[in-house]
Design a protein around this ligand. Sequence first.
Ligand SMILES: [Zn+2]
Length: 208
Amino acid sequence: MGDYNSLVYCIRCNTTDECYIGSTFYSIEERIKTHENGLTYFLRNKCNYTSSFQIIIRNNFVIEILEKFNTNKKNLLKFEQDYINLYKYNGEKVVNIINSFISVEDKIEKKKEYNKEYNQNNSEKIKEYRIENSEKIKQYYKNNSEKIKEKQKQYNKNNSEQIKEYQKQYDKERLQKITCKYCYSISSLMNIKKHQKTKKCIDAKYFI
Ligand SMILES: [Zn+2]
């Protein structure tokens, strides 16, 4: 491939006009062969589904080399993602499901989502752990209070924009109107607990 070691390609279905964008360090012929072999394995339940299969299986496609590169794996995936984004932006029927490249910001978002989900699913366990280890935790915070304070300060400084944004989102959510499930009054997320202690709501609750 001359000065190039890699390329980004598109497999386009002649029947449906669907596109699959991929990248490879092999020649395009070898890469297509692995797509075809993959489909055979998949049909025998021996490998996982890849979105290219829905094009390959109709056996009526053209391959376009979009750009050649001389680069490393990480950058190649980034270039591939750029093409996926561009094709989607242009209204092409892109079949790729998985993002080939995830930016640092997206990674942070994903991790946050994961942590949130984890905490929700394990809230009982976390509570238990905190109760069982409360003395240890207290001692840890006592011994490391200066370090923790400094770390928190540094974190806030580095993430001030994000924190502001988060706070705004949080306030918005808290003010969001919701309907009380007991008495059907309209309240806000912020006030619902207080509301559910009112006589009106408690009366309604025991008449359901
Ligand atoms: Zn109520």
